[in-house]
Design a protein around this ligand. Structure first.
Ligand code: F6P
Length: 350
C-alpha cells in the first residue's frame, strides 16, 4: 500500500533492546529527514516501556543537535516487550491513537524487531524497522548499527593483550559479547591476530585448544591470545560450564565463560592464563565513522519508507547501499558467522 506522503504528519520513534554506539546518529537522521517533509517525530522514552506509558516528547532539530558522535541513546531503552505486558498490544495501539501517529519507526535488535513484526502482522500496527545490535546477527543486512564500533573496541583490546601476553609469556583470554553469533569475536580475532577464536557457531574442544597452544610453544611462541564469544559452547560432553544467572526477563545473563576457558587452559598447558572480559565497554563510546554513516543512511531510508507507506519493512545495508527488506525476512532466523569467514581466522591459528 502506498500512502500519500502528504498524509503522513506524525510518527513515533523508539529505541529498544540493548544500547550501542550509533543509535543517536540514527535518531538524528530520522528527525532531520522527517523535518524535511514536515513530519513531526514523537520520541518515546525507554523503548516499548515509554510507548505503553505514553512517555513521549517531540524531537526537532534542537533536540537532536550535537547527537551524531555521542554513544548510547538519547531516548533511553529497555527490554520491555508489549507481548509480555498485560494488554501490551492494546497499549501500543492506544499510544498511536492518542498521539495521532501515522506509524512508528522502531530501532532495535532481533527481539525488538520480532515484536515489531508481530505487532504489524497480528495487530495491524504500521511500523518500519532499523537494525541495531553489536552482535550483528540481524538477517538481511550486512551491518547493524553498533557492530563496527564494538569490533573496533574489541580488536584494540586484542592488540593491547598481545603485547602483554608476549612480554609475560602468558595466555590472554579475551571474552567479547556475542550471545548467539560470534561476529565480534571473529572480526576482532582476525583483526587482532588471535591464536584461537571460540564462537557459538563452532562448538569448541578445550583439549584441542590446549594442544594447539602447546604446539605454538613448541615452535617458540610462548604466548597466545584466545578470543571467546560469551555465547561459545563446548562440544557436548567435553566441558561443563557454570549455569548463567537469569536477567529480569528470564534470559541467561551471559558473561564469564572466559574465566572457565582460562582456568582449563592453565590446567591443561601449565601456562599462566589470564582473562579480560570486555562487557559493556563494547557497547559504549563514540561510534566509528561507518557506524555513523550507516545509521544516517538507514535513518533517512526509514522515513522514505514511511512516506511510501512501506510498513512492515526494515532498512538494511547491502554493500555500500541502503535497501528495503521485509521485517519478516529479517527476523526469520539469526544471521550467523559463515564458515568461509571463520576459516580465514583458522588459517592464522597455527
Ligand atoms: O544483544 C546485544 C548484547 O550486547 C549481547 O551481546 C549481550 O548478551 C546482551 O546484549 C547483554 O544485555 P544486557 O546489557 O541487557 O545485559
Amino acid at each position: 500500500m502506498r500512502t500519500d506522503a502528504a498524509m503522513v504528519r506524525r510518527i513515533g520513534l523508539l529505541t529498544g533492546g540493548g544500547d550501542c554506539s550509533g543509535l543517536n546518529a540514527a535518531i538524528r537522521a530520522v528527525v532531520r529527514r522527517a523535518e524535511q517533509e514536515n513530519v513531526t517525530v514523537y520520541g518515546f522514552r525507554d523503548g516499548w516501556k515509554g510507548v505503553l506509558e505514553q512517555e513521549t516528547e517531540v524531537l526537532d532539530l534542537r533536540a537532536t543537535r550535537g547527537l551524531l558522535h555521542r554513544g548510547g541513546t538519547a531516548l533511553g531503552t529497555s527490554r520491555v516487550s508489549p507481548f509480555y505486558e498485560p494488554d501490551g498490544v492494546r497499549g501500543v495501539q492506544e499510544a498511536i491513537e492518542v498521539h495521532g501517529l501515522d506509524g512508528l519507526v522502531v530501532i532495535g535488535g532481533e527481539g525488538t524487531l520480532s515484536a515489531s513484526l508481530r505487532l504489524h502482522q497480528e495487530a495491524g500496527v504500521p511500523l518500519v524497522g532499523i537494525p541495531k545490535t553489536i552482535d550483528n546477527d540481524v538477517a538481511e543486512t550486512d551491518l547493524s548499527i553498533g557492530f563496527l564500533t564494538a569490533v573496533r573496541v574489541a580488536s584494540e583490546a586484542a592488540d593491547r593483550l598481545h603485547s602483554t601476553a608476549e612480554s609475560h609469556d602468558r595466555v590472554q583470554v579475551l571474552e567479547v559479547m556475542g550471545r548467539h553469533a560470534g561476529w565480534i569475536a571473529t572480526h576482532a580475532g582476525i583483526a587482532g591476530g588471535a591464536d584461537a577464536i571460540l564462537i557459538p557457531e563452532v562448538p569448541f574442544d578445550i583439549d584441542r585448544v590446549a594442544r594447539h597452544l602447546r604446539h605454538r610453544a613448541g615452535t617458540g611462541r610462548d604466548f597466545s591470545v584466545v578470543v571467546v564469544a560469551e555465547g561459545a559452547q563446548p562440544v557436548p560432553g567435553t566441558l561443563d560450564l557454570p549455569e548463567s544467572p537469569k536477567d529480569e526477563f528470564g534470559r541467561p545473563r551471559l558473561g564469564g565463560i572466559g574465566h572457565t576457558i582460562a582456568q582449563e587452559l592453565e590446567v591443561r598447558t601449565g601456562f599462566e592464563s589470564r582473562v579480560t572480559i570486555l562487557g559493556h565497554v563494547q557497547r559504549g563510546g563514540t561510534p566509528t565513522p561507518v557506524d555513523r554513516i550507516i545509521a544516517s543512511q538507514m535513518g533517512v531510508a526509514a522515513i522514505d519508507a514511511v512516506l511510501d507507506g512501506a510498513w512492515g519493512t526494515m532498512s538494511a545495508i547491502r554493500g555500500h547501499e541502503v535497501v528495503r527488506v521485509s521485517l519478516e525476512d529479517a527476523t526469520r532466523e539469526l544471521k550467523r558467522v559463515p564458515q568461509s569467514l571463520y576459516r580465514v581466522g583458522e588459517v592464522f591459528f597455527g
